[in-house]
Design a protein around this ligand. Structure first.
Ligand code: NAI
Length: 366
C-alpha cells in the first residue's frame, strides 16, 4: 500500500473533535497517511490576522488532497467565508455530496441513494455584494431605474447572482461523467428558470445542450427547485445524480441529509481539476462544540471518499463497512442519532463512538 501525504485542516468548533476521530479511524483502516496539519478559521484570524493563511493554501497545493473540518463564518459582519475562498482559490468547481440511507441512523427512508453535484464557484456565492446605503448600492439602483429595468428600494442591500455558460457546462458535464463512471442512470438538473430567465434559464438551456452529448446513455430531466424539494421529501428514491447551481445545491444537501438521518452522517467533497478538499456537509455546531458530543460519521465518510480518490479502495470500503455495522448494531451511537431514531438508549460520546468504529474495523480484518 502506498503512503500518501494529505493536508488536514481541522477547522474549528466540532471540527477539532471530528477530525481527531477521523484520523483514528483512517489509521485503523490500514491506509498509510502522513497528515500535514494546516490552520484556518476564527482562531487563525486572531493569531495570524487572516482566517485563511497563504501557508494553508500552499499546503493543499503541495499535497493536492486535503480533508477539512468545518469553519465558523460570522453572520452578517466579520470575515467572509473561508470555505468560499478556498473553493475559489483552488478552483474547486464541484461540490459532491452522496446521500445514502444508513440503516440504524433514523432516516425517514431506507431507499435513498442519490448524489448531489453542486456548482461551487458562482451564483449568489460569488461574494459580489452591495451594502445598503453605500454610494455603489445607490449608483446601481439608479442605473437599474434609469435603464427601465425595475425599481429597487433605496434602502436595499444587493447580492449579485452570476451564472455562466462555462461554469454550467463544466458542472453538468461533471454530473454526466460521474453518472457514467459510477453506473448511474439519470441526471436531474434543478433550477428556477421560470422566474430567473437569464441566470437559471441559462443553466437549464446549457444543461439541456450538454445532456444531448449523453443521449441514449444517461437519462436527463429537469425540475423546478420548489417542486424538486417537495418530490425529494415525498419520494427520494426517484432521484439519482442531481445537478444544481450553487445555492439550491447547498439547501438541497441539508434537506437530503435530513432524510437519511441528519447532518451528522452526510459526507462531501470539493473537487477541481488539480485539487480535492474533502469535508462533511455540516458546520462547526457551536452549540455542542468542545463537549465530546459531535457525531464524527460525516467526516469519517468524507475520509472514505478521500481514500477512494487516492485509490485506497479497500481501506475506504472497510471504513464504510465498519460504519454500517456500528449503526446496524445500534449499541454505541451519538446523541443526534438517538434523537433521530427516538431511542431511549444512552448516547455515546464522540470518542466512545470512534472506539466502537475502530473495534469494528479490527473485527472486520479477522
Ligand atoms: P451546523 O451544521 O453547524 O449545525 C446545525 C445543527 O446540526 C446544530 O444543532 C448542530 O449541533 C447539529 N450538528 C451539525 N453537525 C453535527 C454533528 N456532526 N454531530 C451532531 N450534531 C451536529 O450549522 P449552523 O449552526 O448553521 O452553522 C454553524 C457555523 O458553521 C456557522 O458559522 C456556519 O457558517 C458554519 N458552517 C461551516 C461549514 C463548513 O465549514 N463547511 C458548513 C456549514 C456551516
Amino acid at each position: 500500500m502506498a503512503r500518501h501525504s494529505v493536508t488536514l485542516i481541522p477547522g474549528d468548533g466540532i471540527g477539532i473533535e471530528t477530525s481527531a476521530a477521523m484520523q483514528e479511524v483512517v489509521a485503523a483502516s490500514g491506509a498509510e497517511i502522513d497528515w500535514e496539519v494546516a490552520e484556518a478559521g476564527a482562531q487563525c484570524m486572531e493569531t495570524q490576522g487572516t482566517p485563511l493563511p497563504e501557508s494553508t493554501i500552499e499546503a493543499v497545493k503541495r499535497n493536492k488532497v486535503a480533508i477539512k473540518g468545518p469553519i465558523t463564518t460570522p453572520v452578517g459582519t466579520g470575515f467572509r467565508s473561508v470555505n468560499v475562498a478556498l473553493r475559489k482559490t483552488l478552483n474547486l468547481f464541484v461540490c459532491l455530496r452522496p446521500v445514502l440511507s444508513l440503516p440504524g441512523a433514523g432516516g425517514r427512508y431506507e431507499n435513498v441513494d442519490l448524489v448531489i453535484v453542486r456548482e461551487n464557484s458562482e451564483d449568489l456565492y460569488a461574494g459580489i455584494e452591495f451594502e445598503e446605503g453605500t454610494p455603489q448600492a445607490l449608483e446601481l439602483i439608479d442605473f437599474i431605474d434609469n435603464a427601465g429595468l425595475g425599481s429597487i428600494r433605496k434602502d436595499s442591500g444587493i447580492s449579485i447572482k452570476p451564472i455562466s455558460i462555462t461554469a454550467t457546462q463544466n458542472i453538468v458535464r461533471y454530473a454526466f461523467e460521474y453518472a457514467l463512471k459510477h453506473g448511474r442512470k439519470k441526471v436531474t438538473a434543478v433550477h428556477k428558470a421560470n422566474i430567473m430567465k437569464h441566470s437559471d434559464g441559462l443553466f437549464l438551456r446549457e444543461a439541456r445542450e450538454v445532456a444531448k452529448e449523453y443521449e441514449g446513455r444517461i437519462e436527463f430531466e429537469d425540475r423546478i427547485v420548489d417542486a424538486f424539494c417537495m418530490n425529494l421529501v415525498i419520494d427520494p428514491g426517484q432521484f439519482d445524480v442531481v445537478v444544481f447551481p450553487n445555492l439550491y445545491g447547498d439547501i438541497a444537501s441539508d434537506l437530503a441529509a435530513g432524510l437519511v438521518g441528519g447532518l451528522g452522517i452526510a459526507p462531501g467533497a470539493n473537487i477541481g481539476k488539480e485539487y480535492a478538499v474533502f469535508e462533511a456537509v455540516h458546520g462547526s455546531a457551536p452549540d455542542i462544540a468542545g463537549k465530546n458530543l459531535a457525531n464524527p460519521t460525516a467526516e469519517i465518510l468524507s475520509a472514505a471518499m478521500m481514500l477512494d480518490h487516492l485509490g485506497e479502495l479497500d481501506a475506504a470500503s472497510r471504513i464504510r463497512a465498519a460504519v454500517r455495522s456500528v449503526y446496524a448494531d445500534g449499541q454505541c451511537l451519538t446523541a443526534d442519532i438517538r434523537r433521530a431514531t427516538g431511542s431511549d438508549l444512552p448516547a455515546a460520546t464522540c470518542s466512545e463512538f470512534t472506539h466502537a468504529l475502530v473495534d469494528a474495523l479490527e473485527n472486520l480484518s479477522l
